[in-house]
Design a binder for this molecule. Structure first.
Ligand SMILES: Cc1cc2nc3c(=O)[nH]c(=O)nc-3n(C[C@H](O)[C@H](O)[C@H](O)COP(=O)(O)O)c2cc1C
Length: 453
């Protein structure tokens, strides 16, 4: 049973299956308002203070021109409940995972799922305005791509927004107000921001003010130690709303500020999905993306109202509206092939290509070779090899493959300078020694392969 009033405690979600019309409208893919490349480029080149920025000033990755084209997918912030949102399904920002290599790899599985960067601290951009590639460099294929920023200083975060826009056209810039790390606690950013709605109002106000074309959004929890009531959450949402924020991503757990590690903070506090649904009801002119604990697409579709007979009620049997988007974190890196059917299932793209694991591996190795030639930040072996660790998730010998790969990576790192071993050769050796050839021909996540074969 669900109780949405007062506090979030002792609440559970109740799905009642009754036949009714499906809410298919969220399954519609429309790309938002199109801006011409010229218009975008000219906006990118001018900062708020009127300074003209050469769009190629920071360009060593060679992505910029295409980025402007990709920007046509960015939604307009003007209409919060527009049915044309392509962020119905997104992959969560995750430090040490959602870097450019991993995002490129995920794009081999899904072209449309909304991707987020790792959290980038405002200071990293603020103090390196002429060296943004390490933080913002990406491949055009990663679009739609959102950048997540961390910090607590309105002026610096505003400047960081401006620098992001000057660098490339991103689909969204998000403020992290949910990070439970010790560093965030000490420095007063991340989840700590939920203690200070007025500061968040100032930050988001400044971020909005400095953004010329990019949506500014906030990612937070349903509460934080000391501010866990429904009223507290409403106050926080109102603070964001008052500065013009129309989209929030809500991790449906409270954040415990003392005594839990970040990993524990992602598992121990109970999930209260109903709170996110209740926000949709309470703030009908905003959009809410639900996050936390979603590991399969059918659950995601239940929350989105894409399943015709699923209704969501609270404990008082009040019918709650569906959420506007669902964000998946850990399952995406554990089980990346889950996303092979995302374009079809969430965006109605029946032409989406389903590559076998062997083909994904091959294409990613092509990317590695190119990255090693280009030597961009992030092309170091340890970073570029990371996505390869979960490519055989679901295969009985996956752990053997990972062990073998790790062993070979150590050898490779010592031999690379001498040119004694190719990256591709090394990976294929690990694969051939451990993975049955038939597994290379599989598509989709384990157990779902039949629909894709
Ligand atoms: C390794 C790791 C790193 C994360 N880094 C970030 C981050 O940089 N910014 C952020 O807002 N959340 C971060 N998170 C939290 C996720 O975005 C997400 O909110 C959380 O994992 C819950 O979603 P899930 O249950 O689908 O994994 C991280 C989570 C993990 C596991």
């Amino acid at each position: 049973m669900l109780c949405c009033g007062g506090t979030h405690n002792n609440t559970n979600i109740l799905y009642v299956r009754i036949l009714c019309c499906a809410s298919w409208y969220r399954n519609t893919v429309n790309y938002a308002k199109k801006k011409s490349t010229d218009e975008i480029n000219s906006m990118k080149r001018q900062r708020d203070d009127g300074t003209i920025i050469d769009a190629v000033e920071y360009d060593s990755s060679g992505m910029r021109g295409d980025d402007a084209q990709a920007c046509v997918t960015a939604p307009s912030s003007s209409s919060a409940n527009s049915t044309s949102k392509s962020d119905i399904l997104s992959i969560a920002p995750m430090i040490q995972w959602t870097d450019r290599n991993w995002r490129y790899y995920m794009r081999l599985m899904t072209k449309k799922t909304w991707l987020y960067s790792e959290m980038i601290m405002d200071n990293a951009l603020y103090f390196n305005p002429k060296r943004l590639d390490p933080f913002l460099g990406h491949d055009q294929s990663e679009q739609p791509l959102a950048i997540q920023l961390g910090g607590n200083d309105p002026m610096r975060l505003g400047e960081a927004v401006s620098l992001c826009e000057s660098y490339a056209c991103f689909s969204e810039i998000n403020l992290n107000a949910g990070c439970p790390s010790n560093k965030a606690k000490k420095a007063g950013f991340g989840a700590e921001l939920m203690l200070e709605p007025e500061l968040v109002r100032q930050i988001t106000h400044e971020m909005k003010r400095r953004a010329t074309i990019t949506d500014i959004t906030v990612k937070c929890r349903i509460g934080v130690t000391g501010r866990e009531s429904w009223d507290d959450l409403q106050e926080f949402v109102l603070a964001c709303k008052s500065s013009g924020i129309t989209k929030m991503i809500i991790h449906a757990r409270s954040c415990v500020l003392k005594g839990l590690s970040p990993a524990q903070n992602r598992t121990i506090p109970p999930l209260h999905y109903e709170v996110v649904h209740r926000l949709v009801k309470t703030f009908p002119d905003m959009r809410f993306v639900l996050n936390g604990g979603i590991t399969d697409f059918s659950t995601a579709k239940n929350h989105l109202g894409m399943v015709s007979d699923v209704k969501i009620f609270d404990s008082q049997q009040d019918l709650l509206p569906y959420v506007h988007g669902v964000m998946i974190g850990r399952e995406a890196y554990n089980n990346p092939f889950l996303f092979q059917t995302a374009d079809e299932e969430f965006y109605g793209d029946i032409h989406s290509s389903h590559l076998t694991r062997g083909a994904v591996l091959d294409k990613y190795l092509d990317y590695v070779e190119k990255a090693q030639q280009d030597q961009f930040f992030g092309s170091k072996t340890c970073l570029i090899a990371k996505p390869l660790h979960n490519i055989f998730h679901g295969c009985a010998s996956n752990h053997l493959y990972k062990q073998k790969l790790d062993g070979l990576l150590i050898k490779y790192s010592t031999k690379i300078d001498k040119g004694e071993m190719e990256f591709r050769e090394m990976v294929m050796q690990a694969v051939e020694d451990t993975i049955p050839p038939e597994f290379l021909n599989l598509k989709g996540p384990p157990g779902r392969t039949s629909i894709l074969a």
